[in-house]
Write a protein that binds this ligand. Structure first.
Ligand code: PEP
Ligand code: MG
Length: 550
């Protein structure tokens, strides 16, 4: 294992170590009489940069997809950010900085501030700001926007990290990417995945000199240095097969996920935005199995109002052709909010997180419940409570939902009285109380990301113990079986929305255990669908039982 695989495949090429070109910032101050022209130049540079980003966006929309192109629309928004622009203008007017220095100071200020926060989504935003501002600086200084354009031979690209714009412009000579930083959810990883380039993140091995002949196998997460002729032959064959495979997968978009012996599995996607919801449809999914609403709160400048939430959730519901399972706010743990001070906690993952936070902050919870309920009048939405650990917690959440319904009724507002209610099973205590919990819900969805963390006592974010974080651990498989068996007599549907469901081998075990629904990263939908339609449910059941009884 040389890192974590973001997109599985094989790449053959020569090593190339890419280092970001450093930009030299001139220090000279401007004179009073140069101020107006500097401010004009700022406006012109921003205008040019927006035009170039719009062109990027169009190119990505045409060549990759609408959801990926939205990364660039977010980049254009950064150039419209009044606080950022005002800081640059103040640097010019108040501190007499030259244009380049003024932009560089504002870039460093926001990047440092956001990077210091623990939240990885916010850190990702810092990376976006850096990307946009550096593009702007290069534009002003007349530097090449992307030196990677010059790659003209089959290459395995090594870098610390890549920006989305660098990744989007990689030409077809780039056969593989190896990043020492980055994460599976980073924007560069999302773009690399969408472009179908085999990619590894978190590579910590020794640097490989430029020009070395390499095979990057991100399926087995290994790197073959100076491969033999016979290894090269074998892998070239694999590359050809994979190209054909991708073509076959694209033909499955409209096909339902039904096993050969007619067991139908609901195949949904996990999303946090309307753009990602579109990506579910692009990849052949049939609904949202997990809407991570915390992203709506995290991208907001203050607590989002009922109206704002309604509009955002509606945008998502409009973009999919099926049901939308809306998870109520799961904040706390590693996810914080810029406008709220969380209590200092020794163990935030064991602290005031998700439903516990909502029970302590009832008004915030009710605002969200009302927004979801209003949406239920017009769209097939379901509501799901995260991190339920006991029957009392569930009943308390249901009581809040009833109160939210009452308040809407009093105002004559429409909502679906029978909105289906579910819970996430991600704490071991919920697994072993499933007989009680299932009496009060319409469905459950197992969050294996947290279930692994809490069952195996392994921090899901700690690379030191990542080797212990294993969704295939027998205890996890047995717990999923226990939940399925507990729900069956009550006709309560069981889904899986943790990352485990995105793994094709795990997906087969999960179907064999009897789950009804899998909700996966949108780009993994075709892969999971393919294994389902090529399997026999009866065989998968036998295999799953063999694993449990080991
Ligand atoms: C999970 O815990 O498996 C899950 C899907 O929720 P999250 O990853 O958002 O905690
Ligand atoms: Mg979770």
């Amino acid at each position: 294992m040389i890192g974590v695989s973001v997109f599985k495949g094989v790449g053959i090429g020569k090593a190339f170590n890419y280092e970001i070109e450093s930009i030299i910032i001139p220090k000279e101050m401007i004179e009073e009489n140069e101020m107006d022209v500097t401010l004009d130049n700022l406006n012109i540079a921003i205008g040019n940069q927006k035009t170039s980003l719009e062109a990027h966006m169009k190119h990505v929309e045409e060549t990759i997809g609408t959801s990926e192109s939205q990364i660039f629309s977010a980049h254009i928004e950064i150039l419209n950010d009044p606080e950022l622009i005002s800081r640059i203008r103040k640097n010019i007017v108040g501190k007499k900085m030259n244009l380049v220095a003024a932009i560089d100071e504002a870039k460093n200020f926001y990047v440092e501030m956001l990077s210091a926060l623990e939240d990885h989504y916010i850190r990702e935003r810092a990376r976006d700001i850096e990307d946009v501002m550096e593009g702007l600086l290069k534009n002003i200084l007349g530097l090449s926007d992307n030196p990677l354009d010059n790659i003209r031979e089959a290459t395995i690209l090594f870098a610390k990290d890549l920006s989305p714009s660098e990744t989007i412009h990689l030409n077809d000579w780039v056969k593989g990417i190896v990043l020492s930083e980055g994460s599976i959810t980073s924007h560069s990883a999302i773009v690399a995945k969408a472009k179908g380039i085999p990619t590894i993140v978190g590579y910590k091995e020794a640097q490989i000199p430029d020009g070395k002949s390499l095979i990057l196998d991100t399926v087995a997460t290994k790197l073959l240095i100076d491969p033999t002729e016979s290894e090269l032959e074998t892998y070239k064959e694999k590359v050809k097969e994979e190209a054909l495979h991708q073509k076959r997968l694209r033909q499955l978009v409209k096909v339902e996920a039904i096993t050969k012996d007619h067991r139908h599995i609901e195949l949904f996607g996990n999303v946090g935005s309307a753009e990602e919801a579109l990506s579910i449809v692009d990849h052949g999914g049939f609904g949202v199995g997990l809407l991570r609403t915390e992203l709506v709160y995290m991208n907001s400048k203050d607590w989002p109002t009922e109206d704002e939430q309604y509009k955002t959730y509606e945008g998502i519901a409009k973009n999919v052709n099926g049901e939308v399972i809306i998870r109520t706010l799961d904040i706390g743990g590693d996810k914080t909010l810029p406008y709220f001070t969380f209590p200092k906690e020794e163990n935030p993952f064991l602290g005031l997180r998700a439903i516990r936070f909502c029970h302590k902050n009832k008004e915030i919870f009710k605002t969200q419940l009302r927004a979801i309920l209003k949406l239920s009048a017009a769209y097939p939405v379901k509501i799901m409570f995260p991190m339920i650990g006991s029957l009392e917690e569930l009943l308390e959440a249901r009581k809040c939902l009833d109160e939210a319904k009452e308040s809407l009724k009093a105002e004559n507002q429409a909502y679906n009285e029978d909105i289906p209610v579910g819970i996430m099973i991600e704490i071991p205590s919920a697994v072993f109380a499933i007989d009680l919990l299932s009496d009060h819900v319409d469905f459950v969805s197992i969050g294996t990301n947290d279930l692994c963390q809490y069952t195996l006592a392994v921090d899901r974010l700690n690379p030191e113990v990542a080797y212990l974080y294993d969704a295939f651990n027998i205890s996890i498989i047995r717990m999923i079986d226990h939940v399925v068996q507990g729900c069956k007599p009550k006709r309560v549907k069981v889904g899986i929305c943790g990352e485990m469901a995105s793994d094709v081998e795990a997906a087969q075990i999960l179907v064999g255990l009897g789950v009804d629904e899998l909700s996966v990263s949108p780009s993994m939908i075709p892969y999971v669908k393919e294994v389902i339609i090529n399997s026999n449910y009866e065989d998968l059941k036998v295999d799953a039982q063999r694993i449990i009884k080991r």
